[in-house]
Structures are given as C-alpha cells and as structure tokens.
Ligand binder design. Structure first.
Ligand code: C2E
Ligand code: MG
Ligand code: MG
Length: 681
C-alpha cells in the first residue's frame, strides 16, 4: 500500500522522488527503533541522502491523534512547490496517516483478541481454580471464576460473581493461613498458603492458594487479585496419615513411642513448673504370647485393642496412654501429688484389665505387670524413666506377675540393659552360667516328694541370679532357646544319672519346653540321644508344654507328642487356665497331666470363681484320666481346698521354693513329707 502511494505520486503526480518512512517505534525514544522506507523514483538513494537532493523537496509528517506515524518526502523536478500542491500533498499525507492508523489499530485489536482468546482457553482448561477479584471495590468482589473453580467448590460462576471470596472459609476463621492472605491483600503483594475451605455441600477441602496482585498500566495501582486455587485435599490427607503413623500406634490408635517421648517431656516441664510429680507406668500383659500363639494374630490384636480402650478409660484425658509394641503399654500420669495416687490408678488399671475379655467367643482373662518410675525421683527425662519403669516391671514379672511395683534404685544394679542381654546370654552359655534349680512336686495323697520341676537359673557373675522371665523370652526371640534348652536337658539328665548313682530313688523331673523348641526339627531324636548318653529311660522325664504350643499346629503336635511318648517320656500341660482351657480339645493329645496355673490357685481361697474353676478343672481332668498338679501353693488354705477338690499333686513355696540340686538332694534324703491334713507345715 505504501509503495503504491509512492509509485502513484511519481507516475500520476510527476514527482522525481517520493519516499515514505514509517515509524513503528516506541514513543519514548525520539529515534524510531525500526523504520520502513519506501523510495520511489531513485530506489538506489538512501533515506539520509534525500535531505541533500538538488531538487526542491518537501517533508510532510504523518501523524494521527498526535501519534508520530512517519514521514513523507516528495521531491520536485522543476521549480518550488506551490500552495495548491502543498495543500494536496498535505491532504494525501493526512489520508495516508489516517489509513495507517486505522490499519494499525485493527491489527492491534486482532492481536489482543487472539491473546484474550488464548488466555481464556487456558483458564477454561486449567485444572486449578482461578478466581479474579476486584481490589478497587470494598470487600473485593469476585469478577471472574473459571470452570475448575466451579468444579472444585461446587459453586456456579453466577452464584459467586459479585460476592466476596470469604464464603470459601465459612466460619472456620481460626486459621493461620488467613493472616498471610490478609497481609497480601493489604500490602498488594503475592501470597501463598494452605487453607481449609468448604465446598458448596459443606465438605472440607484443602486449598493451596496463591494470590497475586494485578496492576494497571501505570504499574502503581492494584486493580485486581488473581487467586489460583489448588485442591490438595488428597495430598494433605496422605500427609496427615503419614504424620499419624509417625506418632500413633496404628492398631490401637494410642500414642506410639515417638509421641510418648514428647508427652513425657511435656509432663515433666509442667510438673517442674507446678512442683508436681509425673508417674510413668510400663505395663506388660502377662503371658500374652500364649494368646497370640494360641488364637492367632487377629483375635490377639482385637484383645490388644480392647486393652487399649480399657487403659484409656482408667486415666484422665490429659494423661497419655501409649503402646510401645507387642503387649507393652505405657501410661503417663502428669501433675501427680503423691505416690499413693499413682498406686491407686495402677490398682484401678489392674482391676479393669482383669475383667474377662471376649476373644473368639471365649472368655479370656488377662493380667498385667506394671513397673512404675516417678519424676523427679527416678529420673529427669523420658528415657531414664522408661528404663527404670522397665526394671521395676521385670521385678514384678519375676515375683509372679499380675502386680505393680515402684522402681527402687536397688533394682537397677540388678537389671541388665536388654540390649546387652543377648550378648550376655550367649556368653552365659559358653561359660556355663546357666544352671537348674529343682522345685519339689509333692503328692497330696502321700505327702511325699514324687518329683521335681527343673527351672532354669542364670548365675550372672556380676548381677547374681537371674530368673527365667528375664531371659527366656529373649532366648526365644533370638533362637538361643535351642542351645539353652539342649543345655538344660543335658544338665537335668546328668543330674538324674548322678542321683541314681548315689543311690537315690528314681524320680521324675519335669522340664519346660518352649514353643520354639517344640518346633525344632528333631526334638524326639535329641531327647533319645541325651537320655541314652546318661543311661536313663524316658520315664525319668516329663515335658511341660503349653496349650498354645500344641494348638498352633495340631497335627504336627500330635505326631511329635506320640513320638516323645513312645520313648516313655511323660507329658503335661503347663499353666492350664491361661490359654484355651478347652478340656474337650485336649482329649486329642496324648498328655498325662494338667498343671493348674498359679493365678487360679492364688485366689482359690478368696475368689469363689477361681475356686469353682479349679474344682471343675480337676473333676473334668480326672474324667479324662489326667493327673492334676496345682502350681504356686503358698498357704495351708489353698492346700486344704485343693485336697478337698481331689487335686493329685502340688508344688509351691509352701513346701519348698526351687532350690539348687545339692539342696534338693539333701531335702530328699531328709525324707521330709507333707504333714497329714490338719497339721501345720
Ligand atoms: P512355670 O513353668 O509355670 O514355673 C513355675 C514358676 O512358678 C517358677 O518360676 C516357680 O519359681 C514359680 N513358683 C513355684 N511355686 C511358687 C509359689 O508358691 N509362689 C510363687 N509366687 N511362685 C511360685 P520361675 O522359675 O521364675 O520360672 C518362670 C517360668 O519360666 C516358668 O513358669 C517357665 O514357663 C519358664 N521356665 C523356667 N525354666 C525354664 C526352662 O528351662 N525352659 C523353658 N523353656 N522355660 C522355663
Ligand atoms: Mg512349668
Ligand atoms: Mg506353670
């Protein structure tokens, strides 16, 4: 078009040179950054040379509404430009200016349209919600929301345009993130935060919100704010789940070890401030392993959940109940006045837990051993308190479980670090520190010693005598129970052979077998070889099994028990009453005797239920041709009742504690018997 104008001026107007330079430039600079030059007539001329032409020349600025659009230069062949000519050329320049301006405006419009179309397509297809609010009006009304906003929030654009965006937070105003957003709006700056927002149906969603000011051309006035809404509900849920896992025991929902440490430290801080005490109770369910092995994991887990619920009910909301894993729980009692209140809560816990629980339709009784450490007396940080509570708990286990005890410093030098324990136990085997004590088993009919139970003891060179509950579970966990069991079997057989040689009457010694040993490959082979080496017949031994062991894999158990029986070994069921306690089931196993658990014997004289159970067990066992041995008989009343119920044999502190082999030999030789009924032992 421009070239056409120049050509026309030369061809029609008869001018020597017609040139147009268009400025596309930036109005801020005087020199156009880019120019379009069209020179007709003398195309080889440079624009700068046009100024110095011989011929008379005229320069006409091309302007429209004050905008500089370029310059038109025309050179004459002869004579100067007359007035009419000047006017005509001015009109041409004006028309040209107008045309150029119109064309440019149209182009700019098209470009803007394209841009807007692109932008709105982007907004439409964005998965993030976009909300544009006006910042020049009070309350920042929404002027635009995109389809993703509608999808995320459930509100239609028509419903929200004109309103303040505040409805997204409803009345959930106690959110830190809101301060950040308020500050961005106030200071007209970008902001970023995560908020709890609510969809139209009231459902919560997490909004990762970015907000940015939009300024006018001057760059100084904020006209709008663009908010980008990113629905991160799923991510937050996942993060919360992770956080929950990191601080809670998933099975029971109680605090886990991590959270527990925090809570103990918090309780200590508060106690320091208010000059109070903190009680840390470490609980371990007694014989939980039996339930786990016997019923399987799912029922055992349900039982743990029930225990967790009961524990939580025993304490205040401000106290902490945590599960460390397995059947170990911790209760933190904060702001305590004295030891008595801790003792009474411990007693309450024991009472609560001793109520029957339903597992697989059966009533199961759990008891617990509780060790207690107090801040500040027994430690001034969580780790020390837990360690000392653990020490105290082990004392409880050692002294018959189902009780609570406060930590005392004397306990500590006896206790081994449990980590050390494994290495120590290995060395104990190498260094012959394991020995066997014998507890007499006495006939209730004749009053004479008819046998003994072999009970392992660890004579630690530094710590002294360590009792089985402190090392048998560890030995089972680490597999050391296999060499340990073998050692005890050999020790017992050697001892029995020595007693025979010394001319003592033959007697049967009962050995405890752990679940792990029972699953050992060739237990019957090992027993036979050991008996052979000692020159003993099978009847010299009795094996004490637990219900959970035989119930675990019934068919294999039966086969294994038969093999042992073929060698003449007697079999008894230990701790009866703490596991399945299904006598009908027991008919399937080739066992000879039942040992009623100490927990029933203990309260036989005070708890009618326990008495009834003991009586029924004895009667039913007899109907199955099983001998009944009562464990843990400590007083005459218990003994009297057991005798009345027809119990066959018993063992317990009343007659003798477990004693070393030499003492046992002396006891046998002394011929000491149970005095006839009515006389005091
Ligand atoms: P258990 O087989 O039920 O053994 C009876 C436990 O009751 C023994 O504890 C014994 O000292 C204790 N006891 C006996 N009479 C009384 C009494 O009148 N009152 C009280 N309060 N307690 C009494 P100990 O020796 O500490 O053994 C604990 C458990 O460790 C045993 O329970 C048994 O399950 C296990 N155990 C002991 N020796 C061995 C062993 O050589 N191998 C295996 N696998 N386990 C063993
Ligand atoms: Mg036993
Ligand atoms: Mg027992």
């Amino acid at each position: 078009m421009i070239a056409g104008v120049c050509d026309a001026l030369i061809e029609v107007g008869g001018y020597a040179v017609a040139a147009i330079r268009l400025s596309t430039g930036d109005p801020a600079t005087t020199e156009p950054t880019r120019t379009l030059r069209v020179i007709a007539g003398h195309p080889s001329l440079l624009w700068s040379e046009l100024e110095h032409l011989q011929e008379p020349a005229l320069s006409l600025p091309l302007t429209c509404d004050g905008d500089d659009l370029g310059l038109l230069r025309v050179a004459h062949i002869s004579g100067p430009f007359d007035e009419t000519e000047r006017e005509t050329l001015s009109t041409i320049a004006a028309d040209l200016s107008f045309t150029i301006a119109t064309l440019r405006a149209r182009l700019a419009h098209r470009q803007l349209d394209d841009q807007i179309r692109q932008l709105s397509r982007a907004l439409d297809s964005s998965s993030n919600g976009v909300m544009i609010t006006s910042s020049t009006q009070l309350d920042h009304p929404i002027v635009y929301v995109n389809p993703a906003f509608e999808r995320i929030t459930g509100y239609d654009a028509a419903e929200v345009v004109g309103q303040s965006g505040r409805f997204l937070v409803r009345d959930d105003l106690a959110q830190k993130g809101l301060n950040e957003i308020r500050a961005s709006l106030r200071e007209h700056r970008e902001g970023h935060t995560v908020l709890r927002n609510y969809r139209k149906d009231g459902q919560l969603f997490w909004n990762e919100l970015s907000i940015a000011p939009v300024r006018d051309e001057s760059g100084h006035v904020t006209t709008h704010f663009v908010s980008i809404i990113n629905d991160v509900t799923e991510r937050i849920a996942y993060e919360q789940q992770l956080e929950y896992h990191a601080t809670h025991d998933v099975l029971t929902g109680l605090a886990n070890r991590n959270l527990l440490s925090d809570r103990i430290e918090q309780a200590i801080l508060l106690a320091r401030h208010h000059e109070k005490l903190v009680g840390v109770l470490l609980l371990d369910l007694d014989r939980f392993k039996l339930i786990n092995d016997g019923f399987g994991h799912v029922p055992a887990d349900n039982l743990l959940k029930a225990v967790a619920g009961r524990l939580a009910r025993c304490v205040r909301d401000t106290d902490t109940v945590a599960r460390l894993g397995g059947d170990e729980f911790v209760v933190v009692l904060g702001g305590v006045e004295d030891l008595d209140s801790v003792a009474s809560i411990s007693a309450k816990i024991m009472r609560e837990l001793s109520l029957p629980l339903n597992v697989e339709g059966k009533e199961v009784y759990v008891t617990t051993s509780i060790g207690i450490a107090m801040f500040p007396r027994d430690g001034d940080h969580g780790e020390a308190l837990l360690r000392n509570a653990d020490v105290a708990m082990y004392r409880v286990k050692e002294h018959g479980r189902n009780n609570y005890r406060f930590y005392t410093p004397e306990m500590s030098h006896m206790a081994l670090d449990r980590l050390d324990m494994e290495g120590n136990l290995r060395r104990a085997l190498e260094r012959d520190e394991i020995t066997v004590f014998y507890q007499p088993i006495v006939s209730l009919k004749t009053g004479a010693i008819i046998g003994a139970e072999a009970l392992a003891r660890w004579k630690h060179p530094r710590i002294g005598m360590i009792h089985p509950p402190e090392f048998i579970p560890l030995a089972e966990e680490t597999g050391l129970i296999i060499p340990l069991g073998e050692r005890i079997l050999r020790l017992v057989c050697t001892q029995l052979a020595a007693w025979r040689q010394a001319g003592m009457p033959p007697l049967q010694v009962a050995l405890n077998i752990s679940a792990r040993q029972f699953r050992q490959d060739d237990l019957p082979g090992l027993v036979r070889r050991t008996l052979d080496e000692a020159g003993l017949e099978g009847s010299a031994l009795e094996f004490e099994l637990t219900e959970s062991m035989v119930m675990h894999d019934v068919e294999n158990a039966i086969a294994m028990l038969r093999e042992l029986k073929q060698q003449g070994v007697a079999l008894s069921l230990d701790d009866f009453g703490t596991g399945y306690s299904s006598l009908a089931y027991l008919k399937r196993f080739p066992i000879d005797a039942l040992k009623i658990d100490r927990s029933f014997v203990r309260d036989i004289d005070s708890e009618p239920d326990d008495a009834a159970i003991a009586r029924a067990v004895i009667a039913m066992a007899h109907s199955l041709d099983l001998r009944v041995i009562a464990e843990g008989v400590e007083n005459d009343t218990q003994l009297g009742l057991l005798r009345q119920y027809g119990c066959d044999d018993f063992q317990g502190f009343l007659f003798s504690r477990p004693i070393p082999a030499e003492e046992f030999a002396l006891l046998l030789q002394s011929g000491r018997c149970l005095p006839p009924p009515g006389e005091k032992t």
